[in-house]
Design a protein around this ligand. Structure first.
Ligand SMILES: Cc1cc2nc3c(=O)[nH]c(=O)nc-3n(C[C@H](O)[C@H](O)[C@H](O)COP(=O)(O)OP(=O)(O)OC[C@H]3O[C@@H](n4cnc5c(N)ncnc54)[C@H](O)[C@@H]3O)c2cc1C
Length: 384
């Protein structure tokens, strides 16, 4: 197998690195830049370079580049800890969903704005009691003349407090079997009847929310795709959601800086430390090859399914081991020297240690992904 990228792809990588070296000079590297690194200004800059919606058709502001090109771009952004959260969901998920199922009017109205970095989305999937079993959701959208009336509650909705639109799923046929009565909508977050309440996570950060809908009027033209076919539309979107390099590199800046720190302090001379860091390096490379495999399948027109589940499951568990390893490496030493570089790194490590359990929950839990691998990948059937 030939793993080398083309000369054009290598040149693209160099161009991105040079841009980031110029742009991120006075910014400390950020862990979870795609979740907490919210900067509309930075997204505008990427949009101006054509680096949002890279694979999309030119008529909607895209560049018609390949999924591998997009992977090179996202890999470099995350490795550098760039603040990419403001456009991440639009670029990764909502755009591809609109390209697949949206009407011509919807695509023309939204996609060019996404590529310019002008639109922030939140994803309204999970509800209290409906996470892994998403098809049990209860938020309902009742058709009333020229609009749907939306009522219910979403939870864990990242960016709802700053989003322009919610891309969400709601029940449109309460009498149909649970997978068959669901539809997808785009909802303007300024519509009367929407209330966003913050949820603060264990690290003290606020990036997700509860969102309440009370008879919110959603114009008929913002139904995405076919009414009651939403479940089948979501399935492929979740594969996109799962398989990106953000499932591996969320805390890469922490790992990179911890390796430098171990060298600087001499801790790297300890064979146990060296062994652990080398193990993490191997796992990062393995995870990377899984993510490249998924991008390669997409480039070839394939539809990754268990491959995406496998990549997300493995990679997010690597991220958790990185948080654990770096916290262990710094240990009490950093606490004893609160103003030292070690303490600053330890602060990041401690935050990561607290945040890392989320990796294997958000975007589908590892248990659920293992079910997908067992059923779709290995052909095993669930027991009674
Ligand atoms: C940081 C973060 C950001 C998030 N952002 C968003 C967002 O923007 N929008 C959104 O809609 N949601 C978001 N979520 C929610 C996320 O998608 C759900 O938390 C996730 O799907 C799990 O659902 P749940 O929390 O209801 O847990 P549950 O589904 O109740 O699962 C509880 C436990 O049971 C296990 N389990 C459940 N079903 C099975 C099964 N069939 N087989 C084996 N084990 C099973 C799970 O693995 C888990 O360990 C976010 C979550 C996090 C942590």
């Amino acid at each position: 197998m030939e793993f080398a990228l083309s000369a054009e792809q290598e040149a693209f990588r160099t161009e991105i690195r040079e841009f980031l070296a110029r742009e991120l000079t006075d910014q400390a590297p950020i862990e979870d830049g795609w979740i907490t690194g919210f900067s509309r200004e930075f997204s505008h800059k990427l949009g101006a370079r054509g680096w949002i919606g890279l694979t999309w058709p030119k008529q909607y502001g895209g560049q018609e580049k390949t999924y591998l090109d997009r992977l090179i771009l996202t890999e470099e952004l995350l490795r550098a800890g760039a603040p990419v959260a403001a456009h991440w969901l639009g670029d990764r998920q909502v755009g591809p969903a609109l390209l697949a199922y949206g009407s011509e009017e919807q695509k023309a109205a939204i996609l060019p704005r996404v590529t310019r970095g002008e639109v922030v989305f939140c994803l309204g999937m999970s509800e209290p009691g409906s996470g892994s079993d998403l098809a049990s959701l209860r938020t309902k959208a009742v058709e009333e003349g020229d609009h749907f009336s939306l009522s219910g509650q979403k939870i864990w909705t990242s960016f709802a407090h700053v989003a322009d639109y919610a891309y969400l799923v709601a029940r449109t046929d309460p009498d149909a079997p649970k997978h068959k009565g669901i539809s997808e909508f785009m909802v303007d977050m300024q519509t009367p009847g929407i209330e966003v309440r913050p949820l603060v996570d264990i690290t003290g950060e606020h990036h997700f929310n509860e969102v309440f809908f009370d008879n919110v009027k959603v114009p008929h033209e913002w139904l995405i795709g076919e009414k009651n076919r939403g479940w089948y539309q979501i399935a492929s979107q979740l594969d996109y959601e799962r398989s990106g390099i953000e499932r591996l590199l969320s805390n890469y800046p922490l790992f990179r800086d911890a390796v430098a720190y171990a060298k600087h302090t001499g801790q790297a001379k300890d064979p146990l430390v060296r062994n652990r860091l080398a193990e993490m390096h191997i796992e990062l490379e393995l995870g990377r090859s899984m993510v490249y495999r998924v991008a390669w399948m997409l480039t070839q027109g394939g539809i990754p399914n268990y491959e995406a589940a496998m990549a997300k499951c493995y990679c997010t568990e690597v991220e958790q081991r990185i948080a654990d390893t770096v916290s262990g490496l710094l240990g009490d030493y950093a606490v004893l020297m609160p103003d030292s570089p070690a303490a600053r790194l330890a602060g990041r490590a401690a935050r990561e240690y607290l945040y890392a359990p989320a990796y294997t929950i958000q975007g589908g839990t590892s248990n659920v992904l293992r079910n997908i691998m067992a059923i779709r990948g290995l052909g095993l059937q669930p027991g009674r």
